[in-house]
Design a protein around this ligand. Sequence first.
Ligand SMILES: [Ca+2]
Ligand SMILES: [Ca+2]
Length: 102
Amino acid sequence: MAIAIIEEINLVEAEDESSSQEPDFFECADGKYVIPNESMCDGQVDCDDESDESDETCQDITCEEDAFRCKYGACVGKESLCDKVDDCRDKSDETDESCKDK
Ligand SMILES: [Ca+2]
Ligand SMILES: [Ca+2]
């Protein structure tokens, strides 16, 4: 019983440590690469497994006010919209739907 209580305390301390400091890097889901935070959800795939540009990674991030938001959540510059270059991983910046108002 006593051992169980000690383990519980350690667990709480570990959680506190990780939540108190913002990580500067994003670790790919496969653990092979660590990329700078700014490369996360920038439209370009940096992780072998594409986990830096996945729906799960990007759907909750916030874009700059003047950025274009790709369908899966990544942020690219507004000037990237409909410039005939695929800037979003899912090419959602170059779809007819995205460009119809341009
Ligand atoms: Ca990226
Ligand atoms: Ca583009």
